[in-house]
Design a protein around this ligand. Structure first.
Ligand SMILES: Cc1cc2nc3c(=O)[nH]c(=O)nc-3n(C[C@H](O)[C@H](O)[C@H](O)COP(=O)(O)OP(=O)(O)OC[C@H]3O[C@@H](n4cnc5c(N)ncnc54)[C@H](O)[C@@H]3O)c2cc1C
Length: 441
């Protein structure tokens, strides 16, 4: 259960910690430092470098998939914050280079191969790597970079920036001349980088010990498939309705192809169901998946769960494949005999392209569910809602006093971009609106 106060307190706690850790290197540098100042702009430029590298280090923590770090906000917000912090880190690190070069041309020697070739190569690599990190993320789709390759290079580039940045600080040693300061810097950098290794090496090793296999594949609509997975030689995972996992198909959990999908079945069973819409290279191979195929699962993650709801009336505003967490929640309510009031406004292209049409119909008799389908293209005999989900449709189907409802939104970006601002305009406090975006990057 999440109150407004707890939400703000949590957010402030994490933000303060982030800022303290970002600024900490400056205090670290100043302890025991007795050298004369080299002028405001040089010191300012150096300061930007320290803060920029600290921010880079924290990026490894933000993306390490530690549930405690993600829990207060959700993956969406965390990754959005990671992206924004990444832009700022880029600005700081580029600012460091540019300000120092402009403030004192002596610093040009750092990039001069004739003075020190390895150093010039390393520092040029940092500038290129951090710019490539930003550019390939911002324009990934425009450049046509395949997600998996982007993710792999993202890790390598971030590692390069962190590693060379730390070596650079040690080599310059102006503010890190004491052994203890060097030990602290190196330990922090190793700590940050080891989170990447933990995520990409240690976790797959653990997953290898607990394999899963596909037990059945079922077609829901023209381009949506449900796959049931069962644990092999272990008890499966404990999760909350609405959470997601990362899945790798095939014999090795080290594959670059690791994708997030929400569990669409209820907790409490050994088997889990994933329901997947065909979109790109990975999701389009589902029709050829065979029972018995091996899979590896990491998770669960996410807080798109009723745990975070303090209301007795939960409203789900959902589009297309965004229904998966809601299916898990509704099935969980059914298993627990929970008759909490629930409204589901569900937008899909047509009745035929609505996954779980029959299952939802059944659920609406089994739990306290007010089910509103919104078909873009409605059948001739349809007298329900049509078109896209709009403010009018939302208003028409909610109780007069919706201010006490808790809202859960999940669907394609255009739908989310209507629902989220509408709820903001209605004055629904941010802690009572839970969003999950399936397109995180
Ligand atoms: C928290 C979460 C829960 C999700 N739950 C579901 C679900 O229940 N059902 C469902 O059909 N889809 C779900 N998705 C979306 C699903 O992960 C993508 O559709 C799938 O990974 C696309 O892979 P692709 O290679 O087929 O498509 P591509 O064409 O390669 O990718 C299409 C888009 O999907 C995203 N994507 C691709 N690969 C990955 C990856 N490895 N990790 C993260 N994002 C990726 C990128 O934004 C990319 O632009 C979820 C996504 C997230 C973040």
């Amino acid at each position: 259960m999440r109150t407004k106060f707890a939400f703000i307190k949590n957010a402030l706690k994490w933000l303060t910690l982030f800022l303290v850790l970002v600024i900490a290197p400056l205090s670290l540098a100043l302890i025991g430092h007795e050298e004369e100042s080299r002028g405001f702009w040089v010191e300012f430029g150096v300061g930007l470098g320290f803060v920029g590298l600290a921010m880079m280090g924290l990026q490894f923590v933000l993306t390490a998939r530690y549930s405690k770090i993600g829990a207060p906000f959700g993956l969406d917000e965390l990754l959005q914050f990671h992206g924004q912090a990444g832009y700022i880190a880029w600005l700081f690190i580029m600012g460091h280079f540019i300000i120092l070069l402009v403030a004192d041309s002596e610093f040009l020697k750092f990039l001069n191969p004739a003075v020190n070739l390895p150093r010039a190569i390393a520092l040029s690599t940092v500038i290129i790597a951090i710019t490539a990190l930003i550019a390939t993320t911002h324009w990934r789709e425009k450049f046509g970079i395949i997600y998996e390759w982007w993710r792999a290079t993202h890790g390598i580039l971030a590692f390069l920036v962190m590693f060379i940045g730390t070596v650079h600080i040690m080599q310059v040693s102006f503010y890190v001349s004491e052994l203890w300061q060097q030990v602290v810097w190196v330990s922090l950098s190793i700590g940050a980088i080891s989170m990447l290794l933990h995520n990409r090496v240690w976790r797959p090793m653990q997953m290898k010990k607990n394999p899963w296999q596909i037990s059945s594949v079922h077609q829901e609509t023209e381009d949506i498939w449900s796959i049931w997975l069962e644990p092999v030689g272990h008890d499966g995972i404990k999760f909350k309705a609405g959470q997601f996992i990362w899945i790798t198909l095939g014999d090795s959990p080290f594959s670059l192809q690791q994708h997030p999908f929400t569990i669409s079945s209820a907790p409490g069973q050994k088997k889990i169901r994933l329901t997947i819409k065909e979109l790109g290279d990975f999701t389009s191979q589902l029709d050829s998946l065979e029972s018995g195929a091996t899979a590896f699962i990491e998770g669960p993650y996410g807080n798109f769960t009723l745990d975070s709801s303090s209301s007795t009336h939960n409203v789900f505003i959902i589009g297309g494949i965004g229904i998966t967490p809601t299916m898990s929640v509704l099935n969980d309510l059914k298993s627990n005999g929970d008759q909490r009031e629930t409204t589901l406004i569900y937008g899909t292209p047509s009745k035929e392209l609505t996954p779980f049409y029959e299952e939802l119909k059944k659920l609406s008799n089994e739990v306290n569910l007010n089910l509103i389908h919104v078909f873009e293209e409605a059948p001739d005999d349809w007298d329900g809602e049509t078109g896209f989900i709009t403010e009018e449709i939302m208003k028409r189907n909610l109780p007069d006093d919706y201010s006490n409802c808790e809202f859960f939104i999940c669907g394609p970006p255009p739908m989310m971009d209507v629902a989220e601002p509408t709820l903001r305009e209605w004055g629904i406090p941010v802690h009572r609106v839970h969003s999950e975006r399936f397109n995180i990057v």
